[in-house]
Write a protein that binds this ligand. Structure first.
Ligand code: PMT
Length: 414
């Protein structure tokens, strides 16, 4: 088998998206949002309120989207029924930034300009990204409007908190455009993992020698985070147990941070019983210093021996303990030699359903990079050999295969 997944599951290629921009200081961030959506190969159109055009020129959005921008109901160039067709042809409308005024208008069905009329007539899903002064956001009127939208199935993103343009501190900031894109992917995905609990481990563990030193490895967490993110976008409920990383937690993913292998074991065991699919992408340290000094170890003799104890093998413990095979158990194998033979041995020894082997001696695969070339080994002896792919694509492929195994399980009742 040598097959690339047909599509990335959260793919926005060809999706029709209308970005509705209203008049707030964050309107400039909508330009980046449009750029990111276009980069995802979505077909993007932009509608602006008249006030928004005072913050950023329609020409910017026209250039970025490659499509005409509508800011007035009766401008030259605005078709007679654009206010109806735009929201009905679209797969998704993203209101970003959505001012308090626009949130209120959408909540109460007010249609007094192109943007609000289009939204009222829309059949598309709607994602509202409020951005405003903290007091305006916290005002019960706005809060009730937000609840009203949510009760109607409109997705409302929580604004970020911090210092705002008006110097107030608190919630009101437009979420980062990349976060908005991630939310849009989730809304547009076919949610094929909905109802499943997915447990993912990611990153390296740190095994301390003293207060300032530890044993670790080169894992950045990118592979595991990509799996957690893909699973959430596809509708799963995701628990991510992660060693220390510098990565942002994917939206909607429940993170449990750990430092050592022993902490990771505890966290994984806590969540194992309720999980349907478990993917262990973490690079768990096989050894830890026998003792951790309370003070920094001082420079001394020419050589210093550190005694190490073996850490428990978490994955093997899961494999051995799952008598009833309640879940699909997926391991990773990081190898520098004999990739297939070593991975096959781990698959059997740890009683896994499948193992994803990667050659970590390569520069374009394994640790730290954004791509990976994996071989997927199954219990029945099948081996899948996809080409080099983005880690997001590997994540979707691994989840596709895990889902197939889940569905084929004799006992599954979902
Ligand atoms: O994080 P990145 O920078 O993106 O890098 C990705 C990666 C290279 C870390 C990832 O693709 C990967 O290969 N992860 C597994 C790394 C590893 O520890 O492999 P292993 O062959 O040593 O372990 C086999 C399996 O047993 C793994 O699923 C591992 O999580 C698990 N294990 C290992 C040791 C241990 N004490 N407990 C475990 O559960």
């Amino acid at each position: 088998m040598n097959e690339k997944p047909a599509t990335e599951k959260g793919n926005m290629k060809g999706k029709q998206i209308v970005v509705g921009v209203s008049g707030g200081i964050a309107a400039y961030k909508a330009a980046e949002l449009v750029r990111l959506l276009v980069r995802e190969e979505a077909v993007v159109r932009v509608a602006m309120t008249a006030n928004a055009t005072r913050f950023i020129a329609p020409l910017t959005f026209a250039a970025l989207s490659g499509n005409r921008v509508i800011s007035r109901m009766f401008d030259e160039g605005t078709g007679a029924i654009d206010h109806v067709t735009w929201g009905q042809d679209a797969d998704l409308i993203i209101l970003a930034p959505a001012t308090a005024n626009v949130v209120a208008k959408v909540a109460h069905g007010i249609a007094d300009d192109f943007l609000s009329t289009m939204t009222l007539a829309a059949t598309a899903r709607i994602l509202v990204c409020p951005s405003m002064n903290t007091r305006m956001y916290e005002n019960p009127a706005t809060q009730e409007n937000v609840s009203l939208l949510q009760r109607r199935g409109i997705v409302v993103m929580e604004p970020g908190a911090g210092e705002l343009a008006c110097r107030d501190e608190g919630p009101g900031r437009l979420p980062e455009p990349s976060e908005i894109v991630e939310e849009a992917r989730w809304i547009l995905s076919d949610q094929d993992l909905a109802g499943l609990q997915v447990l993912v481990t990611a990153g390296a563990t740190h095994e301390p020698m003293d207060p300032v030193r530890y044993i670790t490895n080169r894992s950045t967490g990118k592979m595991g985070y990509a799996i957690a993110q893909a699973a959430r976008i596809r509708g799963a409920s995701v628990k991510l147990v992660s060693g220390p990383t510098s990565l942002a937690v994917p939206r909607g993913v429940d993170l449990e941070s750990v430092t050592t292998a022993l902490e990771m074991r505890q966290a994984v065991l806590k969540h194992f019983a309720g999980s349907d699919i478990v993917v262990m992408a973490a690079a768990v340290s096989d050894y830890r210093p026998h003792s951790t000094e309370g003070q920094k170890i001082k420079k001394g003799p020419e050589t210093l021996a550190v005694e190490l104890d073996r850490n428990p093998d978490i994955l093997a413990e899961l494999g051995q303990s799952r008598e009833e095979k309640h879940c699909v158990l997926v391991g990773f194998a990081a190898e520098t030699d004999d990739l297939l033979a070593n991975a096959e041995k781990k698959l059997k020894d740890k009683n896994l359903d499948m193992i994803v082997a990667n050659d970590v001696s390569r520069e374009d695969a394994g640790f730290a990079v954004d791509t990976n070339e994996v071989k997927i080994l199954f219990r029945d002896g099948k081996v899948e050999t996809p080409p080099l792919m983005k880690k997001q694509e590997v994540a979707d492929l691994v989840l596709d295969r895990a889902k197939t195994l889940w569905e084929a399980r004799p006992r599954h009742g979902k």
